[in-house]
Design a protein around this ligand. Structure first.
Ligand code: ZN
Length: 246
């Protein structure tokens, strides 16, 4: 194997370890975020529950108010009926009958209002049951996620520690100047550092490299950087379909 190819191979081995480190670091960042997302969703549902409770309280108040009004006017009606027989002249009698008719009409309207309120109460109560169920499910999900988080984080940290050791070994294999170049890029660019080029396209930035650079790359004489994204490149003789997963 040529000197060049050996170096590329060592860099790719190092990159493979860094790929694993990269995905574990992502996992470590994402795990607490899941708990945070669940907490936020639960807080939203709690707000919904409170609003739902307010609506139901408001409906109950309205029901109570109607009941009181119906009760008061019914008492007035009973009182008027009792007096009606004792009324002396017909003018007073008719005035009382008109007043009683009006009280009865108002109470009938209130009874209709009560039916509408009761329908609305039924609707709101079933909505409340839905929100309560959602809240209970979320609480369970959150508590499962929280209790799993600690062990997941510990497992990921342990894997990370093992990978960092493996990385040290892989890094030692790479000649110092090449390793410095790799590290220089790793510290400044998005993951990854070394990328395959197939059919003249850099897989780091998905941009075609100029023909002159492509010819140089295929000569396999020295390690080259992509003129666009600056990542280290190596040439693979393959169609795009075959490069998937590299
Ligand atoms: Zn590139």
């Amino acid at each position: 194997m040529s000197h060049y190819l050996k170096q590329i191979e060592l860099l790719r081995s190092l990159q493979k370890v860094d790929d694993d480190i990269h995905s574990i670091r992502k996992e470590l960042e994402a795990a607490p975020q899941e708990v945070e997302d669940l907490r936020r969703r639960l807080a939203e549902v709690s707000d919904q529950r409170a609003r739902q409770q307010d609506k139901i309280t408001h409906l109950r108040d309205q029901e109570r108010r109607l009941d009181t009004e119906i009760e008061d006017d019914s008492a007035r009606l009973r009182k008027s009926k009792g007096k009606l027989m004792g009324v002396g002249n017909s003018r007073e009698y008719h005035a009382m009958v008109r007043e009683m008719d009006s009280l009865e009409r108002v109470n009938r309207n209130r009874e209709e209002e009560k039916v509408a309120l009761s329908d609305e109460m039924e609707r709101q109560t079933s909505l409340q049951a839905e929100v309560d169920a959602r809240s209970i499910a979320l609480e369970k999900e959150l508590s499962d996620c929280e209790s799993g988080l600690q062990s997941r984080m510990e497992a990921a940290e342990a894997r990370l520690a093992a990978l960092l050791l493996k990385r040290n070994e892989a890094a030692h294999e790479v000649p110092a100047p090449v390793f410095s170049r790799y590290e220089f890029i790793r510290e400044r660019l998005e993951h990854p550092v070394i990328v395959p080029v197939a059919n003249g396209v850099c897989s780091g930035c998905n941009i075609s490299i100029p023909p002159q650079n492509y010819i140089e790359l295929q000569k396999a004489a020295q390690i080259l950087s992509c003129p666009n994204c600056q990542r280290l490149m190596f040439w693979i003789e393959a169609s795009p379909a075959e490069t998937e997963g590299i």
